[in-house]
Ligand binder design. Structure first.
Ligand code: C2E
Ligand code: MG
Ligand code: MG
Length: 446
């Protein structure tokens, strides 16, 4: 017997309850959820009324578990369960269907809009702070919903549709709700096809770094290059890194992709003049992976590239997921002589607290501010404030996405030392980069 319980116990009474109950929260478990949905589908077989299910997944539960400890994590899950149960009306049921996943069955919810509305209310309820001992934790949740319309929808299918929707919700950030649509299914399939092609490309070594110059603004002298991953698939054509990097992250092979690109980038950079640095982007998930530092250092060692010429670019999202782990990784990189830059500063989940908690060598001002610098007074003030703050904290600054002379002039006037953008050069492959250097860098290379 799969459950390990005696048949007599399985049959009825307390035994049956145990098999269908989650011991931690006292809610029904995944099996109970399946039973309930199965039963409702049978009941609605001759009845045209639809119904809805929703899956809630806690955002950022793992770091809380790591940070506060398992016992606290358990306590939070119990509080989550209590809140959800208290929010159910007489028809609806909540169950715990995974570690930090909860399934809700809404027999009396008949439309997509109503399902999304219900889910939003629950997310709101789950977002209030949690008190664990004398500490406070904050969580949010994402939800995916699907509706039963006809007998073709089995329990498995409904659940998998809700999961597809949940995946979409998670992609659009924390605390989002999505209801399953057919287009979502198509989008999910496209992602899967792309994932397979990308995995093959990584295995075959077919992802290449291109290099974009970073300059000293007043003199226009090149100080280094940022490596940017490029992938061209035979069928899909050139795919943008802002599309394929997130896929590699979500599907868990960003580590391999990143190692490939770093190895090629470091090899190419061996041919550059010694004073030029190489900037390399790390993904958020690499800052929760304790193998990251070892992998980077061993690549540098094997290629013979001096760690003091490497800078890694991190984003605030990467620091947020698991600050303790990010801090350790940053400290280890720094003690190897690697510089740390904060990328895309000013967008995303910016927090000035981050600048106090972590030490960065460099801030990169996001392109969004630079592109509106000349027209928008707010952007101008923000850029000036960032520059003043960076100076006070002893950090270098690079403004990203400079396309026009007038933008460069204005940035110089504000005291910004570093710049990057199409004005100075687009990303080029290794060979094109050497040619670029012969053109712009005077001296022995010229
Ligand atoms: P990022 O690190 O902020 O890189 C700068 C992006 O801005 C690059 O886009 C670059 O081509 C673009 N850019 C530079 N100057 C200009 C300009 O003047 N105007 C405009 N409109 N755009 C400019 P790209 O190459 O498409 O990369 C997008 C993002 O993908 C990067 O943003 C980075 O977050 C990520 N990425 C790229 N390569 C890698 C990689 O090897 N590993 C990881 N983890 N992420 C990468
Ligand atoms: Mg970058
Ligand atoms: Mg950037």
């Amino acid at each position: 017997m799969a459950s390990g319980l005696a048949p007599a116990q399985m049959a009825k009474g307390a035994g049956q309850d145990l098999v269908l109950t989650d011991p931690l929260t006292g809610l029904g478990n995944r099996r109970r959820f399946f039973h309930k949905v199965d039963r409702l589908i049978a009941e609605r077989a001759d009845d045209p009324a639809p119904f809805a299910i929703a899956i809630f997944d806690l955002d950022g539960f793992k770091p809380i578990n790591d940070l506060f400890g398992r016992a606290a994590g358990d306590e939070i899950l119990q509080q989550v369960a209590m809140r959800l149960r208290a929010a159910m009306d007489e028809h609806s049921t909540v169950t715990r269907i995974g570690a930090d996943e909860f399934g809700v069955l809404y027999p009396m919810v008949f439309s997509e809009a109503a399902a999304a509305g219900r889910a939003r209310v629950l997310i709101e309820i789950l977002s209030a702070p949690y008190h664990v001992g004398d500490r406070t934790a904050r969580l949010s949740a994402s939800a995916g919903c699907s509706l039963f319309y006809s007998e073709e929808d089995t329990t498995e299918l409904l659940l998998s549709k809700a999961e597809t929707a949940l995946y979409q919700a998670k992609r659009s950030g924390r605390g989002a709700v999505a209801v399953y649509t057919r287009e979502m299914e198509e989008a999910a399939k496209t992602v899967t096809r792309m994932e397979q092609a990308l995995r093959r490309a990584v295995a075959a070594g077919d992802v290449e770094p291109h290099f974009q110059p970073i300059v000293d603004l007043p003199s226009r002298g090149v100080v280094g290059f940022e490596a940017l991953a490029r992938w061209t698939d035979r069928d899909l054509g050139a795919v943008s890194p802002s599309v394929f990097i997130p896929i590699a992250e979500e599907r868990g092979f960003i580590g391999q992709l990143s190692q490939l690109v770093l190895r090629k980038a470091a090899e190419a950079a061996l041919d550059w003049p010694e004073h030029l640095h190489l900037s390399f982007n790390l993904s958020p998930s690499q800052l929760v992976d304790h193998n990251t530092v070892q992998q980077i250092l061993s690549i540098l060692e094997r290629t013979g590239f001096d760690p003091r010429r490497l800078e890694v670019e991190l984003t605030e999202t990467g620091l947020m997921n698991d600050p303790a782990s990010a801090e350790r990784i940053i400290a280890d990189l720094r003690s190897a002589g690697i510089g740390i830059s904060l990328d895309d500063f000013g967008t995303g989940q910016s927090s000035l607290g981050r600048l106090r908690d972590f030490r960065f060598d460099k801030l990169k001002i996001d392109r969004a501010f630079v592109s509106s610098l000349l027209e928008d007074r707010a952007s101008e003030q923000i850029v000036r404030a960032i520059l003043a703050m960076a100076a006070g904290l002893g950090m270098d600054v690079v403004a990203e996405g400079i396309e026009y002379e007038a933008q460069a002039d204005r940035l110089i006037e504000f005291g910004c030392a570093g710049g990057q953008g199409f004005l100075f050069g687009r990303p080029r492959d290794a060979e094109g980069t050497l040619a670029y250097m012969r053109d712009v860098i005077p001296g022995p290379m010229g």
